[in-house]
Design a protein around this ligand. Structure first.
Ligand code: DGL
Length: 302
């Protein structure tokens, strides 16, 4: 039972939105899969761009951000929250589940499950931000499923920078700038950085690599060409969307609405930029973008 009355969510309402958040644009890769799996759901998304990146920060600080953003999403009526950021999941999932009445789903467990089910030689690589890798969240989650799996983890902090840079440089739909021949991500200076991070993992004989940061699916072509075709890349987005669908179904909270709304909030001040770059990751226009001050008092949906 929540101790703070203000944290209580209202009665189950299938047409209430799903709350999704990330430090920036990366969580939109999860939102894409959630909308594919659940086209009738309304969504409220928060990109904490003013405080991005989370990766180099202390886990305790990121835990505080998670609490703050969940409170905001609940004030917007969220019936379920997806922490679409591995760093934030590692730092704050358990605390958020303890604090709030609505289900809170992270991305580490779904990604770990997919990796454990995919590997044949039981040698799994994980790349993520510094905070995610030092938290050991992935190795613990993967080995909780199969303790016989050896997990090799490497922090790849510059991949966040590269992913965000590509979003700024790209034109056209996401699929074209993620493609193998894309000049946006597959270029010599990025390939050199990719080799530096991934060569040690390749030498460990992994057959499965978890893209343990929601920004990294944008770099699939770059990462895939560096580790080789024999290594299967895992992104947790699809698996997370499946968890969301399963949780809502079990609780009788899945929406059948014909006109779901998708609202986007950024903690940054440049709404036009957020809409432009976010729209590229999303593969469509962002219809409603607003600024949110997470330190201020929250108002419900207007
Ligand atoms: N997208 C975040 C994650 O999944 C990382 C980006 C950041 O460092 O803020 O870990």
């Amino acid at each position: 039972m929540a101790t703070d009355e203000t944290l209580q969510s209202p009665q189950p309402n299938p047409d209430a939105p799903i709350g999704i958040f990330d430090s920036g644009y990366g969580g939109l890769t999860v939102l894409r899969e959630v909308t594919r799996a659940l086209p009738h759901e309304s969504i409220v998304y928060v990109g904490d761009t003013a405080r991005c990146p989370y990766g180099p920060r202390d886990l305790a600080e990121v835990d505080g951000f998670v609490q703050q953003i969940c409170r905001f999403l609940i004030a917007q009526g969220a019936k379920l929250i997806v922490i679409a950021c591995n760093t934030a999941t590692a730092a704050g999932l358990a605390h958020a589940q303890q604090t709030f009445d609505v289900p809170v789903i992270g991305v580490v467990e779904p990604g770990s499950r997919a990796a454990a089910y995919t590997t044949r030689n039981r040698r799994v690589g994980v790349i993520g931000t510094n905070a995610t890798i030092t938290s050991n969240a992935y190795s613990e989650a993967i080995r909780a499923i199969d303790a016989g799996i050896t997990v090799f983890s490497v922090a790849a902090p510059r991949f966040v920078e590269i992913a965000e840079m590509g979003v700024r440089m790209a034109e056209g739909p996401l699929e074209s700038f993620m493609a193998e021949a894309s000049k946006v991500y597959v270029r010599p200076e990025f390939e050199e950085i990719a080799r530096e991070y991934l060569e040690p993992l390749r030498r460990c004989g992994i057959d499965t690599l978890v893209l343990g940061c929601t920004h990294y699916p944008l770099l699939k072509a770059l990462v895939g060409s560096t580790v080789g075709r024999e290594v299967t890349l895992i992104s947790s987005a699809k698996e997370t969307a499946r968890d969301v669908a399963e949780t809502l179904g079990r609780r009788g909270e899945a929406s059948a609405a014909d006109d779901p709304s998708h609202r986007f909030f950024t903690t940054g001040n440049d709404l036009a930029e957020f809409a432009r770059f976010g729209g590229r990751v999303l593969g469509r226009q962002m219809e409603s973008v607003a600024h949110v001050d997470l330190d201020g008092p929250f108002r419900g949906p207007s």
